[in-house]
Design a protein around this ligand. Sequence first.
Ligand code: NDP
Length: 254
Amino acid sequence: MSDAGELSGRVALVTGGSAGIGRAICLKLARLGAAVAVMARRESAVVKVVSEIEAEGGKGLAVVCDVTDYAAVTAAVDRVVVELGVPYILVNNAGIDVVRMFVDTDEALWRRLVDVNYIGFLAVTHAVAPKMIEKKSGLMINIGSDAGRVGNPGDVVYCGTKAAMMATSKALAREFARYGIRVNCVAPGPIRDTELLDAFYEGEMGEKMANMVPLRRLGTPEDVADVVGFFASEDARYLTGQILSVDGGLTMIS
Ligand code: NDP
């Protein structure tokens, strides 16, 4: 169980922190005492999350950045280091999805999904890793997806990007362990109250999904953020290269 103040003196960088699951993760890590760099594209949304953190007495930094722009990412990470310090925690959460049957997709959509969900994750990881290596400590928590573990119709390329992220996380865990850096993934199942899939889960579809979940409800951003809090806590000190589904029992992968 993570305790309030457990992360005090630590710096966290959360991509896609402006909405949904990322916002909940920013608030969670700030409540645990971390100074949180909130990174996303929409300035007003990023600034709003920072104000929410500050309203609770925490410390936040608004970082407007598109994770697909490597030069912007390196500049943004440098700014975080100057203004807050080297991140001890990196949460790669930024992601997009467009639900559409594969035959109705096109190359432009495949490239967009890969660019944000996979290349964006690589870019931020690549910019932060040398700083963590220099410190010989760090923690990467990557937001994968159950969809990337079991497959989802209408989500073919998205599933591929998430599977790629989760496989890469295991390889990174092996490379980075020697530097005292741990890398783990959280794989959410269907989560409501986010911009990503809210329209999809509305009404009958949401009800159908909830009935398929053994715990009989869709997840919330806080359900995911609390597990990120666990991975960020001392209790998780012997975990690396792991993927934990947060899905009310939907997949139960062994
Ligand atoms: P939201 O759409 O609510 O939030 C996505 C976040 O990513 C926003 O903060 C958005 O901010 C940011 N983002 C998108 N593109 C970029 C970009 N190019 N550069 C920087 N930031 C970007 O989605 P969720 O909260 O639902 O999703 C968060 C993560 O959880 C994603 O990786 C998603 O795949 C994963 N997930 C979600 C599930 C769900 O059911 N909701 C299930 C499984 C996994 P902005 O627009 O301001 O840039």
